[in-house]
Design a protein around this ligand. Sequence first.
Ligand code: NDP
Ligand code: 13P
Length: 333
Amino acid sequence: MMRPKVAMIGGGSWATAVIKMLSDNLTEKDIYWWLRDTEVIEHLKKYKHNPKYLSSVEIRIPESHISDQLPAILEPVDYVILNVPAAFLKESLRGVTPEMLAGKKIVSAIKGIVPDENQIIGEFMQEKYGIPKEDLIVISGPCHAEEVALEKLSYLTISSVTLEYAVEFSKLLNTRYIKTNVSDDIYGTEYAAVLKNIYAVASGICHGLGYGDNFQAVLISNAVREMKDFVDAVHPIDRDIKESAYLGDLLVTAYSQFSRNRTFGNMIGKGYTVKSAQLEMNMIAEGYYATACMHVINKKYKVDMPISRAVYAILYEKNSPQIEMRLLTEKLI
Ligand SMILES: NC(=O)C1=CN([C@@H]2O[C@H](COP(=O)(O)OP(=O)(O)OC[C@H]3O[C@@H](n4cnc5c(N)ncnc54)[C@H](OP(=O)(O)O)[C@@H]3O)[C@@H](O)[C@H]2O)C=CC1
Ligand SMILES: O=C(CO)COP(=O)(O)O
């Protein structure tokens, strides 16, 4: 490929962080950015910073490459990075046809499930847009946008069944502070990233209820087993769940002060309602939506998932967090 052209779809903190990586990476490339908010676009063009997320990051993209007109952003590019919370993916792609995406590599940076469809992003893009499995790429791994802004060393896993595409794309992200590795496990890495958000909500709820670090360690040990049982049931291949795309992402999200999902769970544990916790945050906790989707998806696989079940009972059946977590403590080892 001569000079790669990459489109970012989404304007949140992770989109801003990945734009920074692409800009700091030394491979010559053209970056295009779609955001829905026209005021943010004006600000970006005038002041070169995103006023809403990671506002310290300097944006070095030509003004003409930033727009709320999705077809124009998609037209010239080779790679399309999907980077909106899964709950807003359909809305963000409204008006996009399979023809507009044909021949492009579709990169999911999303860690969530498309509501109503109950599909991970790779499945959704294959089914709704006819994207061949071979053209899908997944970005995962333990990496908070806030630490990217601070240029703290972080590791990403780039997955594709076409390993050569994973390698090619990873070469656009490597920087002084970003290291990448590749994998062909597009389903396992996507599902693991979805599940870790649910476990981070559980971790936050327990913290909010007053459980200590000793218990958190047991919770997360059980969570990694639950994660393994589920991804092995959905896509049984030989994988090491201790790799950073699986266990690593679970650990960072369950313990980091930057975790959206843990913060959300913590508020639920402290007695906030779902609505008030969501209003308190200016960011999206994917785990809230994923909990309902996974509940439906697991009706097919019937994996024993006591932690996910407890979070579902708290968030969607309005059961008491105290009681549900006490019941859960009886099931952990
Ligand atoms: N943040 C992180 O560190 C990481 C996030 N991810 C994943 O990246 C994806 C994007 O999340 P992230 O960047 O964190 O999101 P943020 O919480 O930072 O930002 C929220 C995004 O959602 C958009 N949004 C909010 N409400 C709506 C709506 N009603 N319709 C359409 N869009 C809406 C916002 O647009 P607007 O500003 O216009 O309201 C904004 O782009 C998620 O799947 C997340 O799991 C993955 C790795 C790390
Ligand atoms: O996926 C993430 C970090 O790898 C971000 O999710 P949280 O903010 O919930 O931790």
